[in-house]
Design a protein around this ligand. Structure first.
Ligand code: ADE
Ligand code: ZN
Length: 327
């Protein structure tokens, strides 16, 4: 039985498996620039974040109807449930869809339908995190937030993703301020490919409560000390870091060092359809490649529940289940 855990860094568009991409393309009459599932899978070799994003955005073209988004979400939940995920905070990228003519309402209604009853059907509590694409304008982000206003009861937080370098967090200061006024929590990708000072800027200017990735903080010991002192969680994605060449191989991943430094690190899958595994494969991968102890694995799972946007009784219930788990 896999360890109970929360998944806090998962892009729903990044769970689009090639088989589902082809099925949706056929249903919607969408063109895919690949002849077969095997040929598509073969294209999953990336130079860096941008080369991945190019394919990721290209494949969103198959997602067109509420039903498509609902099936995408359900397929993820079925996998996650089998992997011990008890709680998932799921990113979605509305601008990747509105930009090609799919209304915001279609995206959110479809995802909501897919997530509805997830606790009963899959044993997973869920929340949606609306991500802004940082390589688009702040005005476009603000417009997206406005489109989300009728659906705020379905959204727990805002996030920031897409191409990082050259798009510092401060560009989105006003959007995050508005999101906070609307009662949303805040996270941001920072320190994945971008420099460590983007992490500090996300904390100071955007006032985020968690950092997504954040592995480049290790280049700045004073920043590490701050994150340890303030117990800022980092949603680390080991397979992603290898596939996007942030680290050379899993054995070189700094996750173990992060734990030893006292950082509140968690393990997540990012875009599992593209990076070779879901969250449990990431756990097993780092356990084997880095020789993590049972105590360290328990810390990673505990951090995931402590870093989640959960109410106190639910968090306690999950932590008690984890405490009873035998590694
Ligand atoms: N969008 C989907 N996956 C991403 C990642 N790893 N970094 C930035 N944006 C993303
Ligand atoms: Zn991500």
């Amino acid at each position: 039985m896999p360890v109970p855990k929360a998944e806090l860094h998962i892009h729903i568009e990044g769970t689009l498996e090639p088989e589902l991409a082809f099925a949706l393309a056929a249903r919607n009459g969408a063109e895919l620039p690949f002849d077969s599932v095997a040929q598509l899978r073969d294209a999953y070799r990336f130079e860096d974040l941008q080369s991945f994003l190019d394919l990721y955005y290209r494949l969103t073209d198959v997602l067109r109807t509420e039903q498509d988004f609902a099936e995408l979400a359900e397929a993820y939940l079925a996998r996650a449930g089998a992997e011990g995920v008890r709680h998932a905070e799921i990113f979605f990228d509305p601008q990747a869809h509105t930009g090609r003519g799919v209304p915001f309402s279609t995206v959110i209604e479809g995802l909501s339908k897919g997530l509805h009853d997830s606790a009963q059907r899959y044993g997973i509590s869920t929340g949606l995190i609306l991500c802004f694409l940082r390589d688009q304008s702040a005005e476009s982000a603000m417009e997206t937030l406005r489109a989300a206003e009728p659906y705020l009861d379905r959204i727990i937080a805002v996030g920031l993703d897409s191409a990082e370098v050259g798009h510092p967090p401060a560009k989105f200061a006003a959007v995050y301020q508005r999101a906070r006024e609307l009662g949303l929590r805040a996270v941001a990708h920072a320190g994945e490919e971008g420099p460590p000072h983007y992490v500090a800027e996300a904390l100071d200017v955007l006032r985020v409560e968690r950092i997504d990735h954040g592995i480049r903080v290790l280049e700045d010991p004073a920043l590490v000390e701050r994150l340890v002192r303030e117990r800022i969680p980092l949603t680390v994605c080991p397979f992603s870091n290898v596939r996007l060449r942030v680290v050379d191989q899993l054995a070189d991943h700094p996750l173990r060092r992060m734990l030893e430094l006292g950082l509140v690190a968690t393990v997540n899958s990012d875009d599992p359809a593209y990076f070779g595994g879901y969250v449990h494969e990431n756990f097993d991968g780092v356990r084997d490649a880095l020789g993590l102890s049972a105590d360290q694995l328990r810390t990673l799972a505990r951090n995931s529940f402590e870093a989640a946007f959960l109410d106190a009784p639910t968090r306690t219930r999950y932590l008690e289940e984890l405490a009873a788990y035998q590694f």
